[in-house]
Design a binder for this molecule. Structure first.
Ligand code: NAD
Length: 465
């Protein structure tokens, strides 16, 4: 540990030590303390809303409307949910006692883990930093956040918000590049909550294993969007365009590609084109509300998927603004665009002959997706997909909106994630369930003590069966 600590910046170590002291004080075991800081956080977010919208515009060209709908509003919702339910969630849970423990009381105490490390990405830089913080502090933990270096304006804003809202040791933000995240991962945290790519998730999981630190990993991958021949095609197109091009496709739960019945492909493409024009105009690159790629690297990666042979619609790019217009590609599973998560406004359309073939390919050619969507009016087909495909979560006849319901757990499975959060599930993610049996000292039944003769043996068998 000493040798490792030498490699870690002194400022990081002092923030960590301060957090450990805060946890040791047990100050946040007091529910009223948690309620007060949640209320203060909500008030300060509303107070600085304009500044936050400006930061989101600078980093991603998100419009204030999109910022409220997809970031600020969801964060406020999560705080409201916790304020409403925190007392119930934190209450010890009475459990019936085993007859063999008579007389006794049994209960589960909801205990915080301690110091939590939150590592967040750049695509929804406010929401994906704040919701884990809200869930963690509601459960009584302290948090060190390292938000992404690729959304610097929002990261600076969060630091200011956190510094003004929380006492030091309760929630702290450490800014910096990958080296800072790497140093933080050396520390012996009580819990790590990571959101980002599967590649970095693997690094986080390995580092956490060195300290036996429990983790939640929220990652990505290719999320399919099935459209079968019974679907309402115009409505499907509208909802696919909404989910895919939100934040210019830089959304973990965006439909990565459309997987449709061959018979409806042409009609679906036509309807998607119409919707793109309706929602983003005939010149999306000039639309001031259409977000940009986060940086040159991401812009170049998106451009590399587009060739003159595969474009079905769109395909224009603007290097000066880092914008790529909503683009539809003809594709098969063999194409480059189908080999990795896209994370941009590019929508490949792959076709199937029948749903069983589609289910087989989803299960065999992809890792388990974070999200899966099916547009269908056939109950049998809807249930087939629900039952035969493994995925984190999803929608029937819509895209993306499952993330906005605080009563649903949000998380992936295997390569797309481990664990879940939001609402009650978020509280539980950051909670250690401590089992307690409280015995009476007045009565002490003798049958478990040695020596165990014939009668005791009979009694034990009577109780334990
Ligand atoms: P990323 O993996 O590059 O980075 C995630 C975080 O890890 C960032 O804070 C980054 O600075 C840090 N990081 C990068 N390399 C690191 C290293 N070697 N050691 C330690 N830390 C390191 O991801 P990103 O580009 O910021 O985000 C895009 C990815 O995140 C996509 O794959 C997307 O699907 C996924 N994502 C998932 C969710 C979800 O909720 N499941 C949400 C948003 C994004």
């Amino acid at each position: 540990m000493d040798e490792m600590e030498n490699k870690i910046d002194n400022n990081i170590i002092s923030v960590f030590e301060l957090q450990k002291k805060f946890v040791a004080s047990r100050k946040s075991l007091n529910i009223n303390y948690r309620i007060d800081i949640l209320k203060k956080l909500k008030a300060n977010i509303l107070k600085y809303e304009k500044e936050l919208c400006d930061a989101l515009q600078k980093d991603l060209n998100k419009s204030p409307e999109e910022s409220y709908m997809c970031e600020i509003g969801l964060v406020l919702e999560e705080i409201s949910h916790m304020l409403k339910h925190i007392k119930k969630y934190a209450k010890p849970q009475k459990i019936s006692s085993a007859i063999s423990n008579f007389p006794s009381k049994s209960y589960i105490k909801k205990c915080p883990y301690g110091v939590v490390f939150v590592l967040s990405p750049w695509n929804y830089p406010f929401m994906l930093s704040l919701i884990p913080i809200i869930d963690a502090i509601s459960a009584g933990n302290s948090v060190i956040l390292r938000s992404s270096e690729f959304s610097p304006n929002v990261s600076q804003f969060i630091k200011k918000l956190v510094d003004e809202t929380f006492e030091r040791g309760c929630v702290d933000v450490v800014l910096g590049g990958r080296d800072v995240a790497t140093q933080l991962l050396e520390l012996d945290f009580d819990y790590i909550f990571y959101t980002g790519s599967t590649r970095v998730g693997e690094i986080v999981l390995k580092k956490a294993a060195e300290h036996f630190t429990p983790v939640t990993l929220e990652m990505g991958g290719k999320s399919p969007c099935i459209v079968d021949e019974t679907a309402n095609v115009p409505l499907s197109a509208k909802r696919i365009v909404f989910g895919k091009f939100l934040n210019a496709g830089q959304t973990c739960v965006a439909p990565d590609f459309v997987y449709c019945d061959k018979k409806i492909k042409d009609q679906l493409i036509l309807e998607i084109e119409k919707e793109i024009v309706k929602q983003y105009s005939t010149h999306p690159l000039k639309n001031p509300n259409f977000p940009k790629m986060i940086n040159q690297k991401q812009f170049d990666a998106m451009k590399s998927f587009i060739t003159k042979d595969n474009i079905a619609f769109g395909g224009k790019t603007d290097n000066s603004s880092l914008k790529i217009e909503p683009t539809i590609l003809n594709a098969t599973f063999d194409d480059k665009v189908m080999k990795e998560e896209i994370f941009g406004p590019i929508l490949p359309i792959v076709t199937f002959e029948n749903l069983d073939e589609a289910i087989f390919n989803i299960n065999n050619k992809l890792t388990k997706p974070l999200a899966l969507y099916i547009f269908s009016n056939s109950k049998i087909n809807q249930q087939k997909v629900e039952n035969y495909c493994d995925f984190g979560g999803g929608c029937i006849n819509d895209t993306v909106i499952h993330i906005a319901n605080s009563n649903l757990p949000f998380g992936g499975i295997k390569h797309s994630g481990m664990g879940a959060y939001h609402g009650k599930f978020g509280f539980e993610t950051f909670t250690h369930f401590k089992s307690i049996v409280k015995r009476s000292t007045r009565i002490d039944l003798p049958f478990r003590y040695q020596p165990i003769g014939k009668f005791k043996k009979w009694l034990i068998r009577k109780f334990l069966k």
